[in-house]
Design a protein around this ligand. Structure first.
Ligand code: MG
Length: 243
């Protein structure tokens, strides 16, 4: 299954995507004509830091022994084609990532059962205030500001995809990041086991699996794209937040 959430006459709808069209309530729409929303409504966004060796190296960080976890608040969420507003900071970076959305309420999920609780995969941009991250102990300001969690465009169920998932990030059309999920330090089943050992995940909750090497700054006027082969392109424009 491939789904989108979209706005139709001010009503939020769910639709199933088939090639270039979307079916919803016995109506059919052209996919490109729709105002798409983020394809999930999480109670929490659980992010994984330093989960690719090449990114650990570029950040000068050791390879972690356990997954590095942090939250983004649901208020940070935006969908495809929405604007990323960068705060007043010396450097704000894109981080292209593979995200997954949780299907059902779950706790203490063993790695062997992890795929049973995944609704689907989509693209994520973990927009990061890199300058603030240097002093912000739990990254609440550096990672939690409004519009810092871009998600979408389409949610694709695991049975429609074959792993590894290939990820590419582009800024103004130039490729900046290119990797795949075979390079994850902690693979997806291990992440679900680790996270659910500590907390209950709810339907719609998002896990962002970490970014590979190649992170870099965004500037007002940029267009940033995160693409996962077999899923689609998450595209956002960048603007300066109002003071
Ligand atoms: Mg990240």
């Amino acid at each position: 299954m491939r789904w989108v959430r979209f706005l139709h006459h001010n009503e939020v709808r769910l639709g199933e995507v088939c090639e270039d069209s979307v079916s919803s309530n016995k109506e059919r729409f052209a996919l490109r004509s729709l105002k798409l929303l983020a394809p999930a409504q999480p109670t929490k966004i659980v992010c994984v830091g330093v989960n690719y060796r090449d990114h650990a190296a570029e950040m000068g960080r050791a390879v972690p022994q356990r997954p590095v976890l942090f939250f983004k608040p649901p208020s940070a969420l935006i969908g495809p084609e929405e604007t990323i507003y960068i705060p007043n900071s010396e450097r704000v970076d894109y981080e292209g990532e593979v995200a997954l959305v949780i299907k059902e309420r779950c706790k203490r999920v063993p790695a062997s059962g992890a795929y049973d609780v995944i609704l689907g995969f989509t693209c994520f941009n973990d927009v990061t205030d890199r300058a603030t991250q240097a002093w912000d102990l739990n990254w609440v300001r550096a990672k939690g500001f409004d519009t810092s969690a871009a998600l979408g465009p389409i949610l694709v169920s695991p049975d429609e995809l074959s792993e590894p998932l290939y990820l590419e990030t582009r800024v103004n059309g130039q490729v900046r990041q290119k990797s795949d999920t075979s390079q994850l330090i902690f693979p997806i089943p291990k992440l679900i086991e680790e996270i659910t050992a500590f907390m209950t995940l709810e339907p719609g909750d998002v896990i962002a699996t970490g970014t590979p090497a190649g992170v870099g700054p965004l500037a007002p006027g940029d267009t940033v794209e995160v693409e996962i082969h077999g899923i689609g392109v998450l595209r956002n424009r960048v603007a300066r937040a109002n003071a």
